[in-house]
Write a protein that binds this ligand. Structure first.
Ligand SMILES: [Zn+2]
Length: 620
């Protein structure tokens, strides 16, 4: 099943938000380079015209680099066959624009035109190409690839063309492939899908329009030159913003450095505005080794302090308690990111800090709505600010090339989104790349997933289609899987942690830990009873024989249950340390230990505990 229609599935609201932040992309036909504004800095004197490139919102254009670039060429060769370069010129500059699909999908832009799109087919685990007008037009004209010329006065979308009307064709052996179509008058062109009995179903049509490729084959340096005025302007604006923000808050400055291009550009801008400053890097324990190396070498070369927050093996230890993380169950972010970074900031900047981060509106819907300066949700004395809030991927990329800064080598190996390599927010196309390039890492993760699936009685499709990435499966995934007769309901909404059974009956609540993956230990229970707010003791009773807590219901009971979950399952992530007003908590043997004498029973540690929060909110 190949010729799948690309699904555009933004919500209406999402679409209008993305459209509102969208910026136009232009092209200089003379230099054959993309332009971030409608002027070419290389052609100022010649007053040459620029072209508008029609792309899908939000239009966070990025370059095809390294391995990704060659993968695109391979895909085009596979689609068009041997004579592929009679259809498409070889260019250094290929741009990609992410579009909505069930998995990864991009529009491909060459010579200022969208030549088609590629999408990752999660059934075959392969990239597929879907041509647009420039390719379809030439396929028919030059009789290259799969095409059909039909005897019809015009083409109509959704129309199924019977084989009797096809005058000339070259068809594949299997149905479902894309076919370029034109009518015999050659005034209509269309993209069709080959169906049974040599019928062709039209899915897209174009009226004939003139078409030609541009002439030059410039380099990325040429692109920077053509955009120099624009780059200088956005740099000036960002530097001004950084200086004004520093003046306004007058706090020590630290730049969050992830090893990605956005934080690199942010650092370069802050350095230009304020001179060299500290970097803070959070090692989640799930970084690719190249990133960790890159960050260390970068800080050393710059001669600046690198504050190294380290989650250690927090993530792997927590897995035993929590089960695999999911997009709607992202305990991992708190345990592997928020906790180490909060502890590190509290230690290094006890009186607060101004934290510059490379956050961009184009990255997600929630970021599209985020202001440029905000107070850290978790630490009120940390002011966060993003100098590159409005920048596109390509703005950042050209800026970095212009500044000749050292870039994380992973960008040239086809990874454009760095961070935790097993992030549940990843698409399968990205995870399959990890599987291919980092066999050892992936085997470790897959082994865990297989074990988990076995315990839950899940079929192999749970791993194949990456269903572990959701607790509640999205509708579009369910529909997609039903095409392969997979009943996904058995994977939908299943809890991932050891069971805690809560029965509520009139004024009594009965809590029983059924098969908590951490074995119930008497020691933990005793610690729990000691450190718990003395108030609890009046309304709970523990029956050690039945292994059940009996609670008289009152408004404290949910807090009590959270506290219980916390103490039974604590992995020692240390987030509570940041929030304890009397510094009564330390980590011993991967577990938070509370000094009873210092504890003032504020219960902050219970309220913010990520383990308690995620397990409690997923209890039925
Ligand atoms: Zn130009």
């Amino acid at each position: 099943m190949t010729g799948v229609k690309i699904m555009i599935s933004y919500s209406k609201r999402g679409y209008s938000i993305f459209k509102s932040i969208m910026k136009r992309l232009y092209w200089c036909p003379r230099c054959n380079i993309p332009l971030l504004q409608d002027k070419c800095s290389r052609c100022v004197k010649d007053k040459s015209v620029t072209l508008k490139v029609k792309i899908t919102p939000p239009g966070d254009i990025r370059p095809a680099l390294g391995r990704d670039y060659f993968k695109i060429l391979d895909l085009l060769k596979e689609f068009l066959g041997e004579k592929w370069n009679n259809v498409i010129p070889v260019r250094n500059i290929i741009l990609l624009n992410k579009i909505q699909h069930i998995d990864l999908a991009d529009e491909i832009i060459i010579d200022g035109q969208v030549i088609g799109s590629r999408y990752y087919d999660i059934h075959s685990n392969k990239w597929k190409f879907r041509p647009s007008y420039p390719i379809v037009y030439q396929m028919v004209r030059k009789r290259i690839g799969y095409y059909a010329i039909v005897e019809m006065n015009f083409l109509k979308r959704r129309y199924e063309i019977h084989k009797n009307r096809i005058i000339e064709y070259n068809f594949p052996d299997i149905k479902g492939e894309y076919v370029a179509v034109s009518n015999h008058k050659r005034n209509f062109y269309g993209l069709g899908i080959l169906e049974r009995g040599k019928r062709v179903k039209i899915i897209k049509i174009w009226r004939k329009r003139p078409f030609s490729w541009l002439e030059k084959n410039p380099t990325w340096r040429d692109v920077v030159e053509g955009n120099l005025e624009y780059l200088k302007n956005i740099e000036d604006e960002a530097v001004r913003f950084i200086k004004e923000t520093k003046e306004k808050y007058n706090l020590p400055v630290v730049v969050s450095f992830s090893g990605g291009k956005d934080s690199l550009a942010t650092y370069l801008l802050v350095k230009k505005a304020l001179g060299k400053v500290d970097l803070i890097f959070n090692d989640t324990g799930l970084e690719l080794p190249e990133t960790v190396n890159y960050v260390k070498i970068f800080a050393k070369d710059e001669g600046i302090r690198l504050i190294y927050a380290d989650a250690g093996d927090n993530f792997w230890r927590s897995l035993n308690v929590m089960g695999p993380p999911a997009r709607d169950y992202r305990w991992c972010c708190k345990i592997a990111k928020l906790s180490p970074i909060s502890n590190s900031i509290k230690k290094n900047f006890p009186k607060g800090a101004l934290n510059f981060v490379g956050q961009r509106k184009f990255e997600s819907l929630s970021r599209a709505l985020s202001p440029r300066i905000w107070r850290n949700k978790w630490m009120s004395n940390i002011i966060a600010a993003s100098p590159i809030n409005d920048w596109r991927f390509l703005d950042v990329w050209l800026y970095i090339i212009w500044k000749k800064a050292r870039i994380n080598p992973l960008y040239f190996r086809g990874f454009d989104r760095l961070g935790c390599w097993l992030c549940p927010a990843s698409q399968l196309g990205e995870l399959d790349e990890i599987k291919l390039e980092y066999k050892e890492l992936w085997t470790k993760w897959e082994k865990y997933l297989k074990e988990f699936a076995k315990n839950k009685g899940f079929g192999e499709e749970w791993i194949k289609y990456g269903l572990w990435r959701w607790i509640h499966l999205p509708e579009k995934i369910k529909i997609y899987l039903s095409r392969f007769n997979i009943d996904s309901s058995r994977y939908d909404g299943i809890r991932r942690f050891g069971d805690i059974n809560i029965k509520e009956d009139n004024n009594k609540i009965e809590v029983k830990i059924i098969d908590s993956l951490i074995p119930f230990s008497k020691e933990r229970y005793e610690t729990f009873m000691q450190t718990i707010d003395k108030n609890y003791k009046d309304f709970i009773r523990y029956d050690s024989e039945k292994d059940v807590f009996f609670i008289n219901n009152n408004e404290q009971s949910s807090l009590f249950i959270k506290n219980l979950i916390r103490m039974m399952n604590c992995v020692g992530c240390g987030l509570c340390i940041v929030w304890c007003p009397t510094n009564a908590i330390t980590i011993e043997d991967n577990m938070a230990v509370i000094d009873v004498n210092e504890c003032i029973s504020c219960k902050n540690c219970v309220k913010i505990c990520p383990i308690a929060e995620y397990i409690f909110s997923n209890l039925s």
